[in-house]
Design a protein around this ligand. Structure first.
Ligand code: HMG
Ligand code: MG
Length: 298
């Protein structure tokens, strides 16, 4: 019933770090990425070419991209909200770029300082140029299950944005629960509706674990056939424009689940566990992964 193989997109180096107020040294970010790739991660969000005035932590994206060891067969992605971001990402030779919008007007204004309508206009040249350059293009859709400013988000608003991202030429679209409020049947409903306008195998689940629902939501998503999920090592993260939001589902927890279900990922759980323990220590933070903590203590 479940997919045989799941593709994990590791977002720790981007989503995991972007909300940290204390600047993480560039060399730590580089080592984090290299370790994650060493553990078998083949898709990773490595940088974010956004305004450093808005998100200072991501200001060293070019240096991070220049410092990492580029491994063949690994796709390194970066967030690109506008042409300026895209140009920087291209100079850094990324493999995949991410345009990011929201299913909620209020969140769009806070996160990227423009309405949903304007954001789509802004994405047109970014998408066009990215495709011309042969880059993989991903669309990330915040607040697919609820918005910190607006509350409820109708399923239709999600489907509408999925169609817009599809029409922009996105190869993949992330259905993101920015503040982690979704519950399983809601998640299944949204995925089923979204997959009526975009291929299910190119929809990804991006679940923040703020309400402890991420793994349950992933099981629900697996049941309806979703097979791409985002996760963050040690559960690092949050969003600077979603106050109180915690990290994505921890990669260790997700891998523990998938390994238990016999679903292939190509990623070595033990290597992720030691990377998560190492990174938590570097940041002076408690490890946000339950499985990570339990396995590291064994
Ligand atoms: P703006 O202020 O409306 O844009 O910001 P602007 O064009 O007026 O530019 C303002 C200043 O930023 C200017 O500098 C630009 O040059 C500079 P100044 O002239 O004042 O010195 N600038 C840039 N610098 C570097 N790179 C760029 C860039 N663009 C402009 N690309 C903008 C609009 C979109 C730029 C801004 O709102 C922004 O950067 N927002 C990003 C917010 C962000 O990164 N949020 C977190 C990521 S999204 C997320 O986490 C959700 C996700 O995980 C899914 C989920 O969980 O929901 C993906
Ligand atoms: Mg996120």
């Amino acid at each position: 019933r479940f997919p045989q193989r799941v593709h994990i997109v590791e977002v720790g180096p981007r989503d995991g770090l972007q909300a940290e107020s204390k600047l993480v040294p560039t060399e730590v970010k580089i080592e984090l990425i290299d370790r994650l790739v060493g553990a078998g991660v083949t898709r990773i969000e490595a940088a974010s070419f956004v305004s450093p005035k808005w998100v200072p932590q991501m200001g060293d994206g070019a240096a991070v991209m220049a410092g990492i060891e580029r491994v063949q067969g690994v796709s390194y992605a970066a967030l690109t909200p506008n042409m300026r971001g895209l140009e920087a990402a291209m100079e850094s030779n990324v493999d995949e770029v991410v345009i990011f919008g929201a299913a909620s007007e209020a969140f769009s204004m806070r996160n990227i300082n423009c309405s949903v309508e304007e954001s789509v206009k802004r994405f047109v040249p970014v998408a066009q140029r990215a495709k011309e350059a042969g880059l993989r293009l991903r669309g990330s859709l915040s607040c697919s299950f609820g918005c910190p400013y607006q509350g409820q988000v109708p399923v239709d608003a999600v489907v509408d944005m999925v169609m817009r991202f599809r029409d922009l030429g996105c190869d993949e679209i992330d259905i993101a629960d920015t503040i982690g409020v979704g519950t399983m049947t809601h998640v299944q409903q949204v995925i089923e509706q979204a997959s009526s306008v975009f291929p299910l195998e190119r929809l990804a689940g991006h679940f923040h674990d703020t309400y402890g629902q991420a793994l349950a939501n992933i099981v629900g998503a697996l049941q309806v056939g979703m097979s791409v999920f985002h996760s963050s090592v040690a559960g690092l993260g949050g969003c600077p424009y979603a106050k109180g939001a915690t990290g994505n589902v921890a990669t260790e927890d997700l891998l523990y689940l998938l390994d238990g279900l016999g679903i292939e990922t190509g990623i070595d759980l033990d290597a992720i566990v030691s990377t998560g323990a190492w990174m938590s220590q570097k940041m002076g933070k408690e490890n946000g992964s339950r499985a990570g903590k339990a396995l590291a203590a064994r």
